[in-house]
Design a protein around this ligand. Structure first.
Ligand code: SF4
Ligand code: MG
Length: 328
């Protein structure tokens, strides 16, 4: 039931709050140990905010976050610090999140120092281990972030997240800024690390192609709300929400003999400052009906843990099935 509203203010001297951006509006999900939940949606839909709320990097306006059964939405600073090392984040732009004045060795040792883990000698050993685990070399510890390629920098970001042995990593568009040829390497690395260390991922992405292989379940977000959540197979083979269908139709197909009828998205994303009434997707939905403008659809169970928020999902025409093979 996570909610996050940001006040919007106007005026230079006496700033006056003129409204609220409803960035996250009642989002609920679970992530099991060792599982990857993908959180997918266009930019501005609230997915990064959701990731930060999960880690308590910002405080929710309302709602609850439980980590291993413990409520963290209301924990005080000290208690939160103790939990922090179990929850880490990887950012889209590793360069912006790596201190340019620190060597890679210092960058990787820092989280261990912050959490008071290991002696200095042990930390040095651990830095070498971490570099090896992410496919970098021991001598890389002496270099600076600018001496690496984008893909290598993301490996450094991943190593830094692993330094404190976390259980959960929020991956906030970790490959979006990388060349397509590098994306698959990083996704494969994340997958290997998950198996090796039993990690759980909340994997944030703006399209469904990137998360096709790494996710166990997929949650699709639109204007601050979940519109569909399902196991990967179900979501790609039987997408029920018109928005998910539209996102899937945008994935290029590896097999050109399968003719694709594109399900187009009409118009632009409306502002989260004034989200449309009723179904928030109705301004862009090709199946919208009068009821959609008035009544907000609840997330309903469509069987097999597949949940969807659409009044008419049972009676919508079937979209062409999207292949789960190929790409990445
Ligand atoms: Fe489209 Fe209506 Fe379903 Fe919303 S509730 S997705 S507008 S058909
Ligand atoms: Mg984002």
């Amino acid at each position: 039931g996570l909610v996050k509203h940001f006040p919007v203010s106007r005026g230079l001297i006496r700033r006056k709050v003129i409204g609220m951006v409803r960035a996250v509006e009642g989002v609920s999900f679970e992530i099991a140990r060792g599982e990857t939940l993908a959180l997918v949606g266009e930019s501005g839909c609230g997915k990064s905010t959701t990731g930060r709320l999960v880690l308590r990097l910002m405080d929710p306006t309302a709602g609850s976050v439980r980590f291993k059964g413990e409520e963290i939405a209301t924990l005080d600073k000290n208690a939160l610090r103790r939990l922090r090392r179990h929850m880490q984040i990887i950012f889209q732009d590793p360069y912006a999140s790596l201190n340019p004045r620190m060597t890679v060795g210092e960058i990787l040792a820092e989280p261990m120092a912050v959490h008071d883990l290991h002696t200095e000698a042990e930390r040095a050993t651990r830095v070498r281990e971490l570099l090896d685990v992410v496919g970098l070399l021991p001598e890389h510890a002496r270099r600076y972030p600018h001496q690496f390629s984008g893909g290598q920098r993301q490996r450094i970001g991943i190593a830094r997240a692993l330094a404190v042995n976390p259980d959960l990593i929020v991956c906030d568009e970790p490959v979006s800024a990388l060349d397509v040829s590098i994306q698959a390497q990083i996704v494969n690395l994340l997958q290997n690390l998950q198996q090796r260390f039993g990690l759980s991922y909340l994997f944030i992405a703006h399209d469904l192609a990137v998360v096709k292989h790494i996710s166990d379940r997929v949650a699709v977000m639109y204007l601050g709300q979940l519109v569909e959540i399902a196991g990967k197979r179900d979501l790609y083979d039987r997408p029920l929400h018109p928005y998910t269908q539209a996102l899937l139709s945008a994935i290029p197909r590896p097999d050109p003999s399968v003719r694709k009828e594109r399900v187009l998205l009409a118009g632009d994303v409306p502002s989260p400052f004034a989200p449309p009434p009723g179904c928030r997707f109705h301004t862009r939905c090709i199946h919208a009906q009068p009821r959609c403008r008035q009544e907000q659809p609840e997330l309903r169970d469509a069987g097999n843990g597949h949940r969807v928020a659409c009044h008419f999902y049972e009676t919508l025409p079937k979209p062409p099935a999207a292949s789960t093979e190929g790409s990445l």
